[in-house]
Design a protein around this ligand. Sequence first.
Ligand code: KG4
Ligand code: ZN
Length: 371
Amino acid sequence: RSQPLVLGIESSCDETGVGIVRGTTLLTNTVSSSMDEHVRFGGVIPEIASRAHLDAFVPTLRQALADADVTLEEVDALAVTSGPGLAGALMVGVCAAKALAVATGKPLYAINHLVAHVGVGLLDGNPDGGAAGGTAGRSASLAGGLGHEGRLPENLGALLVSGGHTEILKINSITSDVRLLGSTIDDAAGEAYDKVARILGLGYPGGPAIDKLARTGNTKAIRFPRGLSQPKYMGTAEEPGKHRYDWSFSGLKTAVARCVEQFEARGEDVPVADIAAAFQEAVVDVITSKAVLACREHGIKDVLLGGGVAANSRLRELTGQRCASAGIRLHVPPLDLCTDNGAMVAALGAQLVMAGIGPSGIRFAPDSSMP
Ligand code: KG4
Ligand code: ZN
């Protein structure tokens, strides 16, 4: 089949994203974030996010079309995140996409946001490293063998870690068979970073602040709990416990709060850097150990790391080390493709078109808790 030109729309949280791909080639990834408006509240406020999407959608669409040098008429298909995410925020992107579909007569695909985080790995690598490639570089990550002639490796897993999700997935077929092996049973990892940063007085979003401060702290000064790691939850490879591959971060957050209270009650200075370092070590240790365990026990040989917490220096380091020891290849897309964006939605939409799967029509509803 020829390479379809697909326009993808993302609005599940605070990013308004419009991405355009031709098959597996990225033409543009245009993103407008409302994060600045949420900072003073210490978290994403759904109503503000929805209103920001309304304001940002048309300018972001225009910018994306201009950057890719294409017209709406040339587009072969539209794709939009239909869940999971914030209901009101999803509604804006879904309504915009339906309006475009009706106005242009183009087919529309409803996309699962989490699967799209993996679909981004199919985009071709840029031999020059990519403009916004960050430390990983587009060539080192994507052209490193993940997307090959439009196909994903056979035994592929994805570790998604952000403010909204912490999941390990097994991808048997990107268009039809994606399985959840494990996930957080309470807070997402990024959410834990944000809550702990608030406890430590570091501001919002907390991930980058803790990452930076942790470098000056002693990871062994305090030992924080690794959630769901006890034998009763883990079981064995033969008889897996109920939460063998799952995570829990709310107990860790409480442990940090208790620890701070104890220093304060004794009238001592709170060792903020040590707490940040020990907290980060607990999060990253349990994420990587369980993810690698799930991969080993499911024959996964390639893992894609995605989500905003993929920016974390210690997570990158320890995931890299533990995957290498287990003989698993780790793929880290450039950060602008790891965080929420429209290109990943377009990339998965293009896969559906190329697989000959029919569009969703315009009668679907956004589903904030889509599995
Ligand atoms: O993917 P993302 O931009 O948005 C969603 O949550 O979907 O992820 C944002 C999350 C926030 O919780 C933020 O604190 C966290 O990613 N984050 C980090 C780092 N950079 C961003 N967490 C740890 N270390 C970082 N360097
Ligand atoms: Zn996301």
